[in-house]
Write a protein that binds this ligand. Structure first.
Ligand code: IPM
Ligand code: MG
Length: 376
């Protein structure tokens, strides 16, 4: 039996293109792994009314971790319209499979490195090395939403909060509520992960990014917890920044920042911003990490118009493979893969269209694989 069992989840759109690239590299790396394909994505929503079928959940439970490509998501009305005719009007509701996976497997930490590999023509600067720690299961992503607002909920809110008075006379079908739920444990876990990472990699600061001047309770809790946790790491400075100002500073002085830590929604936003500084979504990878399971993915979407053309940049996917190797404890392989990627970027001979080249997705994968072997 292979040492690792890895769930193989291409999803749809360009998910398959980039997963083929990952496989080329993994085969060269000679990882002692078995790859088990799983059904996930838009196709299964349309055919079965569930983009993440139960059989896939069961498959994941029998594996060590999963590698995930990309998935198409569409707003409510469009999703309903694409359901198989016999499933329409039966109350099927589309939920993003990746968000579901994060919650169902308690993949509470989303680690998103945004490092500039020198020589990438898409870099904003060559000296950026930011790592975003995004809490991955709570906050506005908790999924606790109301529309229309049930009368009982309205009544309780009005009774318990003076600021609700302003909304008390709004018709219930004209008001929508999404709860921002943040727990002390959730804050503590993500902040601790960020500090541990900073300590291990020698970063000198951790910046907690929130908005406590307005979101006094939720962001306030995160900041208070960050201050407590920081005491255990005297060699690392805790910086505090508001999310809006942080967007500005990241454009102004991105080289000054190292580890950033934040809640789910702000992390979603700031990680796209940070990704663009180092080459855009074609370079952005993510690890969704829980206590016993992890899912690795490029953070780009499924770009349906490019599906099957092997045109898109596989670097984000290959960097996700690197994160997976690291999590599996294959540090030497992970480091060597990163070096191979950096070398291919620097040499600039094999590049996809976004970087000004005309190589294919698979050309890039073959080149990275070749460098990997050369570096051995
Ligand atoms: C991400 C994506 C997802 C998110 C979407 C696809 C639901 O934007 O991983 O950043 O919002 O978390
Ligand atoms: Mg996002």
């Amino acid at each position: 039996m292979a040492k690792y069992r890895i769930a193989w989840l291409p999803g749809d759109g360009i998910g398959k293109d980039v997963m083929d690239a990952a496989r080329i590299v993994l085969d060269k790396i000679d990882l002692d792994a078995e790859y088990l394909p799983g059904d996930i994505g838009w196709e299964f929503w349309c055919k079965e009314g569930n983009p993440l079928p139960d059989r896939t959940i069961r498959l994941l439970k029998e594996t060590d971790c999963a590698l995930f490509g990309a998935i198409t998501s569409k707003p409510k009305e469009e999703a309903e319209a694409e359901l198989a005719p016999e499933l329409r009007g039966k109350g099927y509701v589309y939920t993003s499979p990746i968000v579901r996976l994060r919650q169902e497997f308690n993949l509470r930490t989303n680690l998103r490195p945004c490092k500039a590999y020198p020589g990438n023509p898409l870099n904003y600067r060559d000296d950026i090395d930011i790592v975003v720690f995004r809490e991955n299961t709570e906050d506005l992503y908790s999924g606790v939403e109301f529309h229309p607002l049930p009368k009982a909920v309205m009544d309780i809110l009005v009774q318990n909060h003076p600021k609700m008075a302003r909304f008390a006379s709004v018709p219930l079908e004209e008001i929508a509520v999404t709860l921002r739920i943040v727990t002390r444990k959730g804050c503590e876990n993500i902040v601790r992960d960020a500090f541990e990472y900073a300590r291990k990699r020698g970063y000198r600061s951790v910046t907690v990014v929130e908005k406590p001047n307005v979101l006094r309770e939720t962001s306030g809790l995160m900041i208070r917890v960050a201050r407590e946790v920081a005491k255990d790491y005297p060699e690392i400075q805790l910086w505090e920044a508001n999310i809006d100002a942080m967007c500005m500073w990241l454009l102004k002085n991105p080289q000054d920042y190292g580890v950033l830590v934040t809640t789910n929604m702000f992390g979603d936003i700031i990680s796209d911003l940070a990704a663009q500084l180092v080459g855009g979504l074609g370079f952005a990878s993510a690890a969704n990490i829980g206590d016993n399971y992890a899912v690795f993915e490029p953070t780009h979407g499924s770009a349906p118009k490019y599906a099957g053309q092997y045109k898109v940049n596989p670097m984000a996917m290959l960097l996700a493979v690197r994160l997976m190797l690291e999590w599996l404890g294959e540090q030497e392989k992970a480091d060597r893969l990163e070096q191979a990627i950096a070398t291919v970027v620097r040499e600039g001979r094999v590049r996809t269209y976004d970087m000004g080249g005309n190589s294919s997705t698979l050309d890039v994968a073959h080149e990275v694989a070749r460098k990997y072997v050369e570096l051995g």
